[in-house]
Design a binder for this molecule. Structure first.
Ligand code: HEM
Ligand code: NAG
Ligand code: NAG
Ligand code: NAG
Ligand code: NAG
Length: 505
């Protein structure tokens, strides 16, 4: 009798599990789409699911391993998905056929923070995007500039103090202090002090960071069973985070009596939107049905949350990588500094919107930084209906998630010779126009690209201009010459920080 149980436990059960966790693995072979061999349960994502590699790096390698293919059939855990390599196909999906590929395909519960713009689907996304786009115009940004400059001035005092006492600093933790304070001011009008390690405000910001930006196994579960998070009524984000944003939003709405003030932060802009009543989707054609949603407190909390989370860490890591590359390339740093000095001289020492817009060499260097280290990886869209890829026999079936690897593209010799070299001249007008428009997509592309691109640009520039007007950044003894990317974070970021030496100019 016992022998039967042992046999059952050691042979039959593993066999059944094996069959179950490999049940879809013929999908791409049957359709003649090339791709790497999947591993039971993990598909092609074993290294990222076990947190050995950042998911962005895993996708970069998948991209690089099939240099001659337009598309690559992969498995995210057990689910078949398609990695798109070809630039024209990318353009088709992200721009031309956008109406088929509106959603990202990570469905969260519609209640709570799940209703945020990044994770919203279909008509809800359309309404939200339509109404929130005007919040990011250059006019609105100009009104916010003073909030950024105030935070930058305080932050620079802190850096000056550090520079005198302990000039070698982890630059990632350092610039986070600026972006956290800035986004808190621009999103909520909060004046938080992130430079004092004993203050609760810094601890709370760090806790929200940890809870929201650490890779979460719920994502792997959703890859195996698409839609499961919505069925489980899960928003992915822990109670601490949703309570925090609920409290902040509630307090601010009360303080402002539900009406916009003259702060000009995002909360003011959202309250002004709410005064207009229900928000509606613009009709794309006469057959489109009316669709409108009410801007409830819950919906406001979700947007406040996504602006906050998407707003500080993306800019912080981008500045970190840029400072690192400028320390490695002092001649390029000299040029960046010279341009900033010139700009400040022309604007009589004032940081103005026009002065920031005018930093063309800085822009090349920052585009080159985002080429080498694009931080939101991979990009994805989900097919609403079956869709044939032009010039191939491949049909993307309804419900299939397609993915893009900006990192893979940005390190492809075809578009960027000697890709590990930091060279801002790749973004000279002549070099840009010689490339496919989808060869540089750190902010995504098409109607669902990053809504905060302009904000990110101005927020980062205020900080960098202020820093470079006082300091230079040099390599320290412990600065890594080869960067490791943190496998446990959702965004691309340096593992264990990057120490640099801050030197007064
Ligand atoms: C260097 C800084 C940033 C980078 C590299 C970045 C990158 C991205 C990327 C790649 C996407 C996905 C685009 C796509 O799928 O095509 C995205 C979406 C988004 N980003 Fe950013 N981002 C940055 C800063 C910001 C800031 C400052 C904010 C807000 C204040 C923001 C808010 C958002 C939102 C709300 C979405 C979702 C848009 C939608 O689905 O309609 N981002 N971002
Ligand atoms: C989903 O969860 C929220 C709280 O997180 C709750 O208010 C709501 O009623 C739940 N919805 C369903 C359908 O269970
Ligand atoms: C922009 O830069 C150019 C060249 O450096 C300079 O001539 C011009 O005055 C600047 N404009 C502003 C508004 O700073
Ligand atoms: C184009 O980029 C290359 C580096 O890839 C650089 O050497 C060259 O000077 C650039 N060309 C122009 C016209 O700026
Ligand atoms: C830098 O990148 C942005 C966004 O991809 C693009 O709009 C801009 O034209 C680029 N500028 C330069 C100088 O490369």
């Amino acid at each position: 009798m016992a022998i039967i149980y042992i046999l059952l436990a050691s042979v039959v059960l593993p066999l059944l599990l094996y069959l179950y966790f490999t049940r879809h693995f013929n999908y791409w072979k049957k359709r003649n789409v090339p791709g790497p061999k999947p591993v039971p349960l993990f598909g092609n994502l074993m290294e990222s699911a076990l947190r050995k590699k950042n998911i962005g790096i895993v996708f970069k390698e998948l991209y690089e391993n099939f240099p001659n293919e337009k598309v690559v059939g992969i498995y995210r855990m057990t689910t078949p998905c398609l990695l798109i390599r070809d630039q024209d196909v990318i353009k088709n999906i992200m721009i031309k056929d956008f109406d088929v590929f509106v959603d990202r395909g990570v469905e969260l519960s519609k209640s709570g923070l799940g209703a945020n713009l990044f994770h919203a689907d279909g008509d809800t996304w359309r309404v939200l995007r339509n109404r929130f786009t005007p919040l990011f115009t250059s006019g609105k940004l100009k009104n916010m500039l003073h909030l950024m400059i105030e935070r930058a001035n305080k932050y620079i005092e802190h850096v000056e103090m550090l520079c005198d006492h302990q000039p070698e600093q982890d630059i990632h933790t350092l610039v986070q202090k600026y972006t956290m304070a800035t986004i808190a001011a621009c999103a909520f009008g909060l004046d938080i002090d992130t430079t004092d390690p004993n203050k609760d405000q810094l601890k709370t910001s760090e806790e929200i960071d940890r809870l929201s930006l650490t890779a979460n196994f719920a994502f792997e579960l959703d890859m195996m069973y698409p839609g499961v998070l919505k069925k489980l009524n899960s928003t992915l984000f822990p109670g601490f985070v949703s309570r925090f944003f609920k409290d902040v939003v509630k307090t601010i709405i009360e303080q402002r009596n539900g009406k916009p003030t003259d702060w000009n932060d995002f909360m003011d802009l959202i309250l002004a939107l709410r005064q207009l009543g229900d928000i509606q989707a613009t009709k794309r054609n006469s057959e489109d049905k009316e669709y409108s949603i009410e801007l409830t407190d819950e919906l406001i909390e979700a947007q406040a949350f996504v602006f906050y989370i998407a707003g500080y860490e993306t800019s912080a890591t981008t500045m970190t990588f840029m400072l690192y590359q400028l320390a490695l390339n002092p001649d390029i740093q000299d040029k960046v500094i010279a341009e900033i000095d010139q700009g400040l001289k022309e604007s009589k020492g004032e940081v103005t919107y026009e002065m920031l817009q005018n930093l063309t060499y800085f822009e090349k260097a920052s585009n080159e930084t985002l080429r080498m280290y694009s931080i939101v990886e991979p990009l994805q869209r989900n097919a609403k209906i079956d869709c044939k890829i032009p010039d191939t026999d491949i049909v993307i079936e309804k419900g299939t998630t397609v993915l893009f690897s900006p990192l893979g593209i940005h390190h492809d010799e075809k578009y960027y010779p000697n890709p590990s070299k930091f060279d801002p001249e790749r973004f000279s007008p002549a070099n840009i126009s010689a490339r496919h428009p989808c060869a540089h997509i750190p902010f995504g592309t098409g109607p669902r690209n990053c809504i905060g691109m302009r904000f990110a640009k101005i927020q980062s520039r205020v900080c960098m201009v202020k820093m470079f007007s006082k300091f230079r950044f040099e390599l320290a003894k412990n600065t890594p010459r080869n960067l490791d990317i943190d496998p446990t974070r959702l965004l691309l970021g340096p593992k264990g920080g990057i120490p640099l030496k801050i030197v007064r100019r």
